[in-house]
Design a protein around this ligand. Structure first.
Ligand code: UD1
Length: 367
């Protein structure tokens, strides 16, 4: 069976890993890397840590404005697809590489399978939201991680067949936790478990708006003024560094005594850091569900989330980028001290890669 996977950015590689493991024994699996992410810490390190083979095809598209970047991917993918033959092309998540992969594959006459289909934040100003919608409507097989995602797809009356699969993060986290025992990141950063918070911010809806970036930095300044000394570890995405420098805010961030800015981390170190954090503060989608599974309270600096189930019971709260709401959420410890509800199996049973593998076998068998 000939299957291709199109990946290009950090969150795509994380999802590719369990799928590759599940399908490699019965398929000829071609991994196509668009080149959206190219820095070692955003790309190669994931292949190394997850024991993935190097990509079979490297399109080396690199960075650029969304239209240019997606257009280049589609052009180069089409060129490759024209001389290939696949029974199904898989795409993952909601990045520009996801949409480009789905569009180019479907235009080339291949069946498309979307892993992590049906998520909606209902905020069309997010580049990821448009990628999700367009990818879902270009797909023939939609692998939905949550019941909400299934309902979203049904409401939109998508063309393809919808499968409820649970979410890959359950098995990804389980695997990462066992590998994380080897990580020395806490010692390297001289941190004690539960003595710090972990912060990430890279989403365009925040980084592209000076008002939002300033408001978040102000929250850290207020914490320093209140003499709250809990360290905030910030593995910084290159997009965020670039934007902060351009907006003249980088020095203000570095002047926040609580905030420790570090290079982006590999997945294993990151999971180690997250599982030992007091709290996570983020605008990432994946990190919201990972912190839920790791039972670490999460403050999401967005006004909405596609992982709505994490909001039930208080494990995740939305603050937007409002300075006061972020500060309140950071200093509020009542949730951790008095009331920690058990987490629910909202992301399925941890057998998602097997469920997807079985679905792929039956899809190809019936083609
Ligand atoms: C992309 C995804 C986002 C995902 C994130 C994870 C889209 C629309 N967004 O955002 O959903 O959460 O990946 O990291 O696909 N850059 C580097 N080195 C790299 C890659 C990028 O320095 O290896 C810089 C470039 O200056 C580039 C900027 O980061 O212009 C943004 O990169 P891009 O791939 O466009 O989007 P991300 O912000 O990484």
């Amino acid at each position: 069976m000939k299957i291709a996977s199109v990946v290009g950015a950090r969150p795509n590689f994380v999802k590719l890993a369990p799928i590759h493991k599940a399908i490699k024994s019965f398929s000829d699996h071609t991994i196509i890397h668009t080149g959206q992410h190219y820095d070692y810490t955003l790309s190669k390190i994931f292949f190394k840590e997850f024991n993935l083979p190097p990509p079979d095809v490297e399109l080396e598209v690199g960075s650029g404005d969304p239209g240019f970047q997606t257009g280049e991917m589609i052009k180069r993918l089409e060129k490759f697809f024209l001389k290939s033959n696949f029974e199904i092309v898989l795409v993952y998540g909601d990045t520009n590489s996801t949409f480009a992969g789905a569009f180019a594959a479907s235009k080339s006459g291949f069946k498309v399978g979307h892993i992590e289909a049906g998520l909606r934040s209902f905020d069309r100003s997010m580049p990821e939201e448009l990628n999700r919608i367009l990818t879902d409507h270009a797909s023939d097989h939609l692998f939905a991680p949550t019941k909400t995602a299934v309902q979203n797809l049904q409401k939109e009356n998508v063309y393809g067949e919808v499968f409820y699969t649970g979410d890959l993060s359950v098995e990804i986290i389980k695997n990462a936790i066992s590998l994380a025992s080897k990580s020395s990141v806490l010692d390297d950063l001289i941190l004690k478990s539960k003595s710090y918070m972990l912060f990430t911010m890279h989403r365009a809806e925040n980084t592209d708006h000076k008002k939002n970036m300033r408001s978040v930095i102000q929250a850290f300044e207020v914490l320093s003024q209140k003499q709250i000394e809990t360290k905030i570890i910030f593995p910084i995405h290159p997009r965020t560094v670039g934007k902060l420098k351009m907006m003249g805010l980088y020095k203000r961030l570095k002047d926040c005594v609580n905030v420790i800015v570090i290079e982006p981390l590999g997945y294993i170190d990151f999971i180690k850091l997250m599982s030992n954090a007091q709290k996570v503060i983020t605008d990432s989608g994946g990190i919201q569900k990972e912190s839920y599974l790791l039972k670490v309270p999460c403050v999401t600096i967005r006004n909405n989330t596609e992982w709505v189930e994490t909001l039930n019971d208080g494990w995740n709260i939305l603050t937007g980028t409002d300075t006061n709401r972020i500060v309140e959420a950071i200093v509020d410890r009542t949730f951790e001290q008095n009331y920690r509800p058990t987490i629910k199996p909202i992301f399925g049973s941890g057998k998602t890669s097997k469920i997807i593998k079985d679905a792929l076998l039956s899809i190809v068998h019936n083609q």
